[in-house]
Design a protein. Structure first.
Length: 474
């Protein structure tokens, strides 16, 4: 009796411990099929596998999540795992989604789930936001005005956005901060009108600027611009009696007023010098209210950095950069309403690459442990001018930037560039002449967007300023 009961207990224990179909004989699932730990941020990387790695897979566990091979139990499909005492759970419901499992070189790969917000709620605003009043505030007497500018925009056909010039001059006369502080102000412009919401005093300033553009007196006015360089500033000795100095805010810059006859004589005397060079067209004309940019640059290439490339020879790749050497001068003139004075904004940028300083870097490789590469650090000279001038229309404005970097360097002796005592940085006295040409026929005013000789090295190119660029305007 006792023996039969013992035999029955043994049989019952054996039947309970017998593994099910597809299970591990030990009653436990393989480590590779245990679900990875999850958190609020998604599914973590799976446990290291104890199975034999697939061909091409490194030993010592599985690679990072997304490239690891997972060994599924017999009878299980890709993207599923079995839990003890529970049904199979699918990783993704749709193949090809972010959570779906894909086949890799060693089998199915684990999914990469996107990061999830812990709270799942949208972020609450910290600042207090109110709807505001239904009407515009006018505590200081602000009024709404619309100014018709179509007479100007119709005749200004050489630019895509002629109304931008009006906005530029309004901001120069009123101040940029006047539209971003108290009292409330609005300035909006299109090709037909300028919409302004501000105080009556500010409206009067805006009206004067608009009148200077739409006036018929300024319709056919043009201005001449000449940019020249002289190798020495000693020209001032003979011309000092005819120069009338005016105040300039930028340090190191001088400006004078000359009679038109004296300006013609001065240019004739400068042309006789061997160090005289004309950097713009002598017949360059600029329309009233529009801006023209005279540019003369040349690219200089150099090695800026070294990029490691272990898979290629010689284990690195040089990174090249360009330095635009030369000058860029922008003129924006505007005639007064009575036609007696001129307001002009002159902006000049001069960049010159004085020399390239070499620096050696260690770039070791398996074939060449002591390999070195050289990079170059530019030593440059910069000159900046951004000034507004006002002078009578019957005189000529002359602006001298001093002995600055030569805006048009001339490599007349390329063999002497390497000598330390001969290859000194080039300097020149840059002079800018601005003259009112008066009322001209429309056919005589050349569009500023037409270059003198397109594509010719060393020839100044005249273009219009990009109306989308706002940096450094005011």
């Amino acid at each position: 009796m006792r023996k039969s009961l013992a035999a029955g207990a043994v049989l019952l224990a054996v039947s309970l411990c017998e593994p099910a179909s597809g299970q591990n004989p030990n009653g436990l699932l393989p480590r590779s099929t245990v679900p990875p730990p999850t958190s609020a941020f998604g599914t973590a990387a799976p446990y290291p596998s104890t199975s034999t790695p697939a061909p091409g897979q490194p030993l010592g566990g599985q690679p990072f999540a997304g490239n690891s091979a997972v060994t599924s139990p017999p009878g299980a499909t890709a993207g599923q795992w079995r839990t003890p005492g529970g049904p199979s759970n699918s990783v993704a419901s749709q193949p090809g989604s972010l959570g779906s499992a894909s086949m890799g070189p060693g089998g199915p790969t684990t999914p990469i789930e996107p990061l999830k917000n812990i709270s799942g709620l949208p972020r609450r605003r910290i600042a207090s936001v109110t709807q505001g009043p239904a009407t515009l505030p006018n505590e200081q007497g602000q009024v709404w005005r619309e100014y018709d500018i179509s007479p100007y925009t119709v005749r200004a056909t050489n630019t895509n956005r002629p109304e931008q010039a009006i906005i530029d001059w309004i901001l120069r006369d009123t101040g940029y901060e006047a539209w971003h502080s108290e009292p409330l102000g609005i300035l909006c412009c299109n090709r037909r009108s300028v919409k302004v919401y501000h105080t009556p005093e500010m409206q009067a300033v805006v009206a004067d600027v608009v009148d200077r553009f739409v006036s018929s007196e300024a319709e056919s006015q043009a201005f001449g611009l000449r940019v020249v360089t002289v190798g020495s500033p000693n020209w001032r000795a003979k011309a000092h009696q005819m120069l009338k100095p005016i105040a300039v805010q930028t340090q190191g810059i001088q400006a004078w007023l000359l009679q038109k006859e004296d300006a013609a004589l001065l240019i004739a005397e400068l042309r006789k010098r061997i160090d005289f060079h004309e950097n713009s067209s002598p017949h360059l004309l600029v329309n009233n209210g529009q801006s023209a940019v005279v540019t003369l640059t040349r690219p200089r290439s150099y090695v800026r950095d070294i990029i490691p490339k272990p898979q290629t020879w010689p284990n690195f790749e040089p990174e090249y950069a360009q330095f635009e050497e030369g000058f860029s001068l922008e003129l924006n003139p505007l005639l007064s309403l009575d036609g007696r004075s001129i307001d002009a904004v002159i902006k000049c940028n001069i960049d010159q690459l004085e020399k390239l300083i070499p620096v050696s870097l260690d770039v070791p490789s398996a074939a060449a442990p002591r390999q070195r590469a050289q990079i170059e650090v530019p030593q440059a000279i910069y000159c900046r001018l951004h000034e507004r001038f006002r002078w009578p229309t019957d005189q000529v404005l002359l602006v001298g930037l001093g002995m600055v970097a030569n805006p048009a360097p001339n490599d007349s002796h390329p063999l002497l560039k390497g000598l330390p005592l001969v290859s000194a940085p080039l300097r020149a006295d840059l002079l800018v002449f601005v003259e009112n040409k008066g009322r001209l026929a429309p056919s005589a005013v050349a569009p500023p967007g037409t270059p003198a000789a397109p594509g010719t090295p060393g020839v100044p190119q005249t273009t219009q300023r990009d109306p989308r660029t706002y940096r450094g305007r005011y």
